[in-house]
Design a protein around this ligand. Sequence first.
Ligand SMILES: Cc1cc2nc3c(=O)[nH]c(=O)nc-3n(C[C@H](O)[C@H](O)[C@H](O)COP(=O)(O)OP(=O)(O)OC[C@H]3O[C@@H](n4cnc5c(N)ncnc54)[C@H](O)[C@@H]3O)c2cc1C
Length: 246
Amino acid sequence: MGRKNMQVRLIRHTSSPEEIVAIGAKLCYSPVDVGELEAGIQKKDQGGFIRGLMDMGHLSPLEHASFTFAIEGVSRSLLAQITRHRIASFSVQSQRYVSEHSQANEDGVFGYIIPPRIEALGKDYVDEFHRQMETIQKWYDKWLVTLAENGGQAPEDARFVLPNAAETKIVVTMNSRELLHFFSLRCCNRAQWEIRELAVSMLRLVKEAAPNIFKNGGPQCLTGPCPEAKMTCGRMLEMREKYARL
Ligand SMILES: Cc1cc2nc3c(=O)[nH]c(=O)nc-3n(C[C@H](O)[C@H](O)[C@H](O)COP(=O)(O)OP(=O)(O)OC[C@H]3O[C@@H](n4cnc5c(N)ncnc54)[C@H](O)[C@@H]3O)c2cc1C
């Protein structure tokens, strides 16, 4: 089957992210030079200082620490949502240069994502979804041939018949301030399921790399009232327990 599952890896991050954030922040309040600050910071745990900084709302030093993720097995639908985050940097597998043939699986169908709600309907519906993807692959293949025969840029134009379900691969880099903002929006129960699943996986990874920075990472209701007003999921306490355990 051409079906793909989400894979998320933290492939690089600023070394000693909490130290670099602490150096930046302490410089603002200290008369000493940066070398002296660095030496002092390496000697002791910066956890309390970073948490204090964040409680105070002094968030710009968080921009000194960046995190890069490799994300595979996600849909073009997710791509449309994550790329709305303008402070992030993206590299996305091209549908112009990479033909969906090189992506096709043993059964000849391009990689795709199936929504869990369709999967929950049972095997007959999953098979139906797969048949629909097979049909789209046939349309795509036909356009590749027609366009190539007529001297066109085949994958560039053939891709117009591909669905939102088509798999994509992304490398994304965000600094820790932007990540906290991203988590506040996308870990919320009101966010769409796929980007929420991605945001939770990313949060898990950065919590390991920088536990003090991301201690309160997650939907806004972890640290204050729900911003969704009448649209609230009403599960604030459950969310607080869930993210405390993450
Ligand atoms: C549940 C949910 C539903 C959504 N539904 C829709 C929808 O139906 N239609 C739709 O179009 N979008 C929708 N969105 C996307 C949403 O409108 C934002 O585009 C997306 O969440 C990115 O948020 P952002 O702009 O805060 O983030 P970023 O682009 O990462 O920006 C971070 C912050 O930087 C500041 N900033 C960035 N750029 C500027 C700028 N040019 N000027 C001033 N300040 C700036 C802002 O403070 C911003 O919050 C939805 C998002 C969510 C979470």
